[in-house]
Design a protein around this ligand. Structure first.
Ligand code: LMR
Length: 399
């Protein structure tokens, strides 16, 4: 049966990492997958995480299964971080949270229960969006539509087109919005634009699904919640898929969450019971370790400020690299205006480089970026910036 199978294409993001690892060029640079690098080009374990892990290992007595939903203490810290501990959604018990394996797990669980309970509902994705979004919903069996997002001429949000499209999304459909640090463009709505989008959601009756994978990497932990808070104000029902891969550096622990908000505690409980059936049929119950780390850090008055500081350092370094990238391209004689990169937020920017230029950078200079021209700014360091910008300048000169 398997002999006639053809090779599937490599994943457009993770496939790049596999190719990068085989590249022997000593100057190689990986600007593909969204993984943070420090100034030395490493992806270190946070100090707050190391301290939490030591404590957890010290007191651990069992590896017994967790509940299907994960540890209740983890659900509590996730909700407090998303909404604030005193928010009415939390105190009124209108939210239910499951620990999902990474943000991808949360998005997939949402797709599974939408497909099961609301088979007619579609999920609307921004154009462009993270390459895995359409993939996740195709596999969950949910039909996908797109709404406009990016204006190529100005390298900015095409807000009018976005808002107008969202006004036409039918009641009961789901609209996926990037909570902050839009992947791949690095462009987010302003606070005022978030309020307008949230008003549209409330008026039209579609359900926001906020993909919140980069909380803290944009403008700050508080500021990055502005979009989510706008939806909490205007919509009685919403979903949030959050991730601790980036803001805790816990990539391979697969620690994320799906939080569903309903209009009453009873509705939230019923929804949760349906979500649990989807999880049981998929991965049964979540892995424990990453969630235990997050819970320990967020609940500890010593570890939490240290973690917040580590997130701020990461955010500040990324923003410094944005400015350095723009300056260095100019110094290397690139005439094209790349100043938009300094205005964007989070790990990613849409560089505007074409597929052919991306291929040339990879094949001739061992610089890896996603085919769409998306670059992971967090992969730029002071050590690789000159080589990177000289290579881009050389490729642009002959285009
Ligand atoms: C990315 O967009 O690079 C990250 O979200 C990692 C991934 O799984 O694709």
């Amino acid at each position: 049966m398997f002999e006639t199978l053809e090779m599937a294409p490599a994943d457009p993001i993770l496939g790049l990492t596999a190719a990068f690892k085989q590249d022997t060029n000593p100057d190689r640079i990986n600007l593909g997958v969204g993984v943070y690098k420090d100034g030395d080009g490493n992806t270190p374990v946070f100090n707050s995480v190391q301290r939490a892990e030591a404590r957890i290992l010290d007191r651990q007595t069992t590896k017994d299964y967790l509940l299907i939903s994960g540890a209740p203490e983890y659900a509590a810290v996730v909700q407090a971080l998303l909404f604030g501990p005193e928010h009415e959604i939390v105190t009124g018990q209108r939210a239910a949270t499951v620990h999902a394996p990474g943000g991808t797990g949360g998005l997939r669980v949402a797709g599974d229960f939408v497909h099961k309970l609301y088979p007619e509902a579609k999920i609307w994705l921004s154009d462009p969006t993270w390459a895995n979004h359409p993939n996740i919903y195709a596999h969950a069996g949910v039909a996908v539509e797109t709404y406009p997002y990016f204006e190529m001429e100005t390298n900015d949000l095409d807000f009018d087109a976005m808002r107008d499209a969202l006004k036409n999304v039918p009641e009961g459909d789901v609209v996926l919005l990037h909570g902050c640090c839009h992947n791949p463009t690095g462009i987010d709505p302003t606070p005022e634009q978030w309020e307008e989008i949230a008003d549209v959601a409330g008026a039209r009756g579609w359900i926001p699904l906020v993909d919140f994978a980069y909380h803290g990497l944009g403008d700050g932990l508080e500021q990055d919640r502005r979009g989510l808070m706008a939806f909490c104000r205007s919509c009685a029902e919403l979903m949030v898929s959050s991730s601790f891969s980036k803001n805790f550096g816990l990539y391979n622990e697969r620690v994320g969450a799906l939080t569903v908000v309903a209009s009453t505690p009873e509705a939230a409980n019923a929804l949760m019971s349906q979500v649990l059936i989807c999880i049981r049929a998929n991965y049964s119950n979540p892995p424990a370790h990453g969630a235990a780390i997050v819970t320990e850090v967020l609940n500890d008055s010593g570890l939490r400020p240290q973690w917040e500081d580590e997130v701020a350092q990461m955010r500040n370094r990324i923003n410094r690299m944005r400015a350095l990238f723009v300056d260095t391209l100019e110094r290397k004689g690139v005439r094209r205006d790349f100043s938009f990169i300094a205005r964007q937020r989070g790990m990613f920017s849409f560089s505007g480089l074409t597929g052919r230029q991306v291929d040339a950078l990879r094949e001739e200079y061992a610089i890896y970026m996603v085919g769409s021209g998306r670059i992971n700014v967090a992969g730029i360091t002071e050590a690789n910036i000159d080589y990177l910008c000289e290579s881009i300048a050389a490729v642009l000169r002959r285009s």
